[in-house]
Design a protein around this ligand. Structure first.
Ligand code: GDD
Ligand code: MN
Length: 384
């Protein structure tokens, strides 16, 4: 037994008397309402990975359909199945990160629960990683891989555009950087996990970009083709919200994380608020013949309310306020925005009067100031 402090010390005993040893591969399965998919998927994994020691970690965000309970009953019956049951949080990327963080295996991988990813290529993916690839991607678009079966035409076009956009980011001719099916060494994951974004759907893209920024040079990526299958049971969680979050992630990556995705979404919502404000103002003033002050007050209230609703749905979908906290959140949002408006008007007036800025520049500076202020302060008081 060593008693001196040694930060590099790891526990390296041979497999214990219980006969248990760490698996070689962890397969993370993020789930939201996938009750009817997980048991058959585990069976498919057992067949595909016969002879390879693996564990499956199901990361469920408290699905209303009871996926977590079912996953736990599977875990009770099978030592190679575990369940992380997250309550009060949503999000595919953060679920994948949490699953991989719980792994003690040499290699970690992620696969969707709905059987769209072909689990039978996992041994090939593992072999590629053992041969030296840093990240192995299950690809719908390379070689014999096909994407035609599982997607609608519109979704396929969107997927192509997203693929091209992310090619600009990764600087690599990757055929499927949007894949949700991949495998990497756990040590590499450990290196980069502090810098990964927890927002949105596109975890692989983020892993590649982050890994490329390490000092030790660009990562080597291998792609293994497979045929994308139709969903087995249940329905997709892809939505307009997910697309907006993805665009936010791209801009956030281009700014090297200086602008968080949530700030970009917050600003976008703010811009929509200006439109709402002007529409209500016009309507109340012109059509309802309100006096200007009342019309302006009404427009401000309506715009603050729509901003709150949109931010709660979009920007902070992962910590959405409900029930009583929805209403206290709304009140705190009104309060913060009122201060923000004060800050806006003061900054703009000072700038305008100092003659350093014309009215347009002063106006923009004031508005920017209030967005930054509202963003920072609502993160403290509203969406904690
Ligand atoms: N824990 C958790 N929390 N899991 C989630 C959440 C969430 O908020 N949202 C989705 N999932 C799980 C689903 O239950 C499913 O197992 C997996 O993530 C993928 O979700 P789908 O709703 O089936 O997404 P998709 O089929 O439209 O898109 C997927 O496949 C594409 C192709 O590989 C995603 O993985 C995309 O990122 C990927 O490009
Ligand atoms: Mn799917």
């Amino acid at each position: 037994l060593r008693t001196e402090k040694d930060d590099t010390m790891t526990y390296e005993n041979p497999p214990s008397a219980t006969g248990w040893s760490a698996p070689t591969l962890t397969v993370v399965i993020p789930t939201f309402n996938e009750r009817y998919n997980i048991a058959p998927l585990i069976e498919k994994l057992e067949i595909a990975l016969a002879g390879i020691s693996f564990e499956a970690i199901i990361v469920d965000d408290d699905s209303p359909d009871g996926t977590a309970e079912l996953a736990k009953s599977l875990a009770a019956a099978k030592p190679h199945v575990r369940c992380i049951h997250r309550v009060g949080r949503r999000g595919l990327s953060s679920a994948c990160i949490e699953g991989m963080s719980a792994s003690a295996a040499d290699f970690v991988s992620v696969i969707d629960a709905d059987h769209q990813h072909d689990e039978s290529i996992l041994p090939q993916m593992l072999a590629a990683a053992r041969d030296g690839a840093d990240i192995v991607v299950g690809s719908r678009y390379t070689g014999e891989g096909s994407s035609t079966e599982g997607f609608s035409a519109g979704r396929q076009k969107g997927s192509e555009i997203a693929t091209r956009l992310s090619g600009i980011l990764t600087g690599k001719a990757l055929s499927d950087p949007m894949s949700g099916f991949f495998l990497l060494r756990r040590s590499l994951f450990n290196d980069i996990v502090p810098r990964l974004s927890r927002e949105g759907f596109k975890i692989l893209l983020d892993i590649i970009v982050t890994a490329n920024r390490r000092k030790s040079g660009k990562v080597e990526i291998a792609e293994i083709p497979y045929t994308f299958r139709p969903r087995f049971a249940g329905e997709s969680k892809m939505s307009a919200l997910v697309v907006a979050q993805f665009l936010g992630l791209i801009v956030s990556q281009i700014s090297r994380g200086i602008l968080p995705t949530s700030f970009l979404l917050f600003s976008l919502v703010g811009a929509s608020g200006v439109l709402v404000h002007l529409s209500v103002l016009t309507f109340a003033f012109e059509a309802l013949s309100f006096n200007f002050a009342n019309a302006q007050l009404l427009a401000t209230l309506v715009a603050m309310t729509t901003n709150y609703l949109l931010n709660n749905e979009l920007t902070y979908a992962d910590k959405k306020l409900r029930g009583r906290r929805f209403w206290t959140g709304l009140l705190s949002f009104y309060a913060v925005c009122s201060f923000g408006t004060l800050a806006n008007v003061s900054v703009a007036s000072v700038l305008f009067e100092s003659q350093y800025a014309n009215f347009l520049l002063a106006g923009i500076a004031g508005a920017t100031m209030s967005v930054v202020f509202n963003y920072a302060v609502t993160r403290i008081f509203t969406w904690r």
